[in-house]
Design a binder for this molecule. Structure first.
Ligand SMILES: C[S@@+](CC[C@H](N)C(=O)[O-])C[C@H]1O[C@@H](n2cnc3c(N)ncnc32)[C@H](O)[C@@H]1O
Length: 244
């Protein structure tokens, strides 16, 4: 085992358990992964970042969206988990997918990207330091999508919220705490952030586009012509909107 301190406590055993199955992904998460990648609106040839990529569960959807001329770059802090991601890449013989073993808060990347995915990675979507480090690598109008856990105001909140808070104790000590609007750091950095809720309001998808510099300099954001529904069946700027 490489430095275990770089692997979140919840994954320290799991990573070895699933290593013999490089294409493993939890069945219940597949449809929301698919939706997250759809919201990135990738085109063939695009370059996409998957930060906090874990064992690469989103890679198949990203690879299929960018095609053989595109590129998928995963960033993963845990050397142990990165081994699993690389096994997935080797097993599928993807030549245009790479995993960079680094901390999203300090990683240095090459070139600019058309899109950023942060799937189930609160250390990225809820971390101002990680976002400040990553956003300069995004092209103007790059699409950004986050999926993760949130506290719920629904009826089961009294049960679900303490469970989520307890599970959070298995993350890094530095992981931003779960709250009702974990997308807040993204909202400060994106134009037109939209959100949807899943799984009784304790999961969310958030999506938007990075600002266009020429518009910051000379035009108002309202002048942009964007149909931003992304084809999702739930579109809301109100956090408590129901997508279940
Ligand atoms: C819950 S897992 C999700 C993995 C993957 N995105 C998925 O959908 O299966 C979160 C991942 O983020 C990684 N991570 C946590 N903090 C990070 C950081 N600062 N930089 C890069 N990766 C990080 C963890 O090691 C873990 O693999």
């Amino acid at each position: 085992m490489k430095n275990p301190e770089l692997t979140p406590p919840y994954a320290r055993y799991l990573v070895h358990l699933i290593r013999p199955f490089p294409n493993f992904d939890a069945f219940f998460i597949k449809s929301v992964r698919e939706k997250a990648v759809q919201l990135l609106r990738l085109k063939p040839g695009d370059r996409v970042l998957d930060v906090g990529c874990g064992p690469g569960g989103s890679f198949p959807y990203l690879v299929s969206a960018v095609g053989p001329t595109g590129e998928v770059i995963g960033v993963e802090i845990s050397p142990d988990i990165a081994i699993n991601a690389r096994r997935r890449i080797e097993t599928n013989r993807w030549r245009n997918v790479r995993v960079i073993e680094a901390d999203a808060r300090t990683v240095k990347l090459e070139g600019k990207f058309d899109a950023l995915l942060s799937f189930a990675a609160a250390d990225i979507y809820a971390s101002p330091q990680a976002l400040d480090n990553l956003f300069p690598y995004l092209k103007d109008d790059a699409r950004v999508v986050a999926f993760g856990a949130k506290l719920t105001r629904r009826a089961f909140g009294g049960l679900l919220n303490p469970t989520l808070r307890a599970l959070w104790k298995l993350s890094f000590a530095s992981t931003p705490k779960v709250n009702y609007e974990p997308w807040a750091p993204l909202r400060e950095r994106l134009d037109h952030l939209q959100t949807g809720e899943y799984f009784f309001g304790c999961m969310f998808l958030a999506w938007g586009a990075s600002p266009v510099v020429s518009q910051i300099l000379g035009h108002t954001p309202e002048s942009r012509q964007i149909n931003d529904s992304g084809g999702a069946d739930c579109v809301s700027r109100v956090p408590e909107h129901d997508c279940d």
